[in-house]
Write a protein that binds this ligand. Structure first.
Ligand code: ZN
Ligand code: ZN
Length: 259
């Protein structure tokens, strides 16, 4: 049977594309019929992380490295079992995240949905009791209108057939992690999140989801709270992994200040 409502809506969309041809949100060139939000050339400028990756934090440790952990992870212990990340947070991806800060009707993160689905099915074998997004504080949620990590958590929850559960709340706005010294970073986050689940977890395995993994302090603080409330194991997924070296540059700081 013909679905008239859908046909009408598709027709409407097609007409809108003819009258107002969409342009790439990064480079402003006209989009072709099959492209959405950004053009193929801009999408191809997002670089995927290359092996070997640190098992714990997904940092690149060189193509021929026999190590499984980066220097930092081998000299410290923390509550995260493993981190998965797909992209390097390079200049193109920073530009993309900068431009989606200001909201839009359809989340530009939709362009990553298929990639995340494929990645999750190929690389993430675990079953999770909960897929938990890293929360935003009320101020950012209000100004931005949506939590990017929650959209990513939704994609993962669908791909892994594990429930999306918001178990954390952010109590207070914090300063951007990348502009602080190592000690100040931990102090900055201390007490900024709280557990918001109705009941304590019962030795459950949780997948924490963040958009960008920068210093790792945010997910470690969230993981610490989830463990204190009964979680047995914490895994992390981030769409992109930023190298700490890069986080010192000015552009990155100003972008992160918007996050
Ligand atoms: Zn483009
Ligand atoms: Zn590491």
């Amino acid at each position: 049977m013909v679905n008239f409502a859908k046909a009408f809506s598709d027709y409407g969309k097609a007409l809108e594309r003819i009258v107002y041809p969409p342009v790439c949100q990064l480079c402003s060139t006209d989009l072709s019929w099959f492209e959405e939000i950004i053009c193929e050339s801009c999408k191809n400028s997002f670089r995927k992380l290359q092996p070997s990756l640190c098992f714990r934090c997904s940092k690149e440790i060189g193509p021929f490295s026999a190590r499984t952990l980066c220097e930092e992870c081998s000299s410290s212990t923390h509550c995260i079992e493993k981190t998965w990340a797909i992209y390097d947070f390079n200049a193109s991806l920073r530009k993309f995240f900068h431009q989606i800060k200001f909201g839009s009707r359809h989340s530009p993160l939709m362009i990553f949905r298929e990639e995340i689905r494929t990645f999750a099915r190929q690389n993430i074998p675990e079953n999770f009791s909960a897929v938990v997004p890293v929360p935003l504080d009320w101020k950012k949620r209000w100004t931005r209108g949506f939590n990017q990590s929650k959209i990513l958590a939704l994609f993962l929850s669908q791909a892994l057939e594990s429930p999306l559960v918001e178990l954390l709340k952010k109590k207070k706005p914090t300063r951007p992690q990348s502009i602080l010294s190592k000690r100040d970073r931990e102090r900055n986050l201390a007490g900024s999140f709280r557990y918001s689940g109705k009941q304590a977890l019962r030795k459950e395995t949780v997948l924490l989801v963040d958009d960008i993994y920068t210093t790792g302090n945010t997910v470690r603080e969230c993981g610490r709270i989830l463990k204190a409330n009964g979680a047995a194991k914490i895994y992390v997924f981030a769409l992109a992994r930023a190298g700490l070296g890069e986080s010192r540059d000015f552009t990155f700081q100003s972008l992160e200040a918007n996050r």
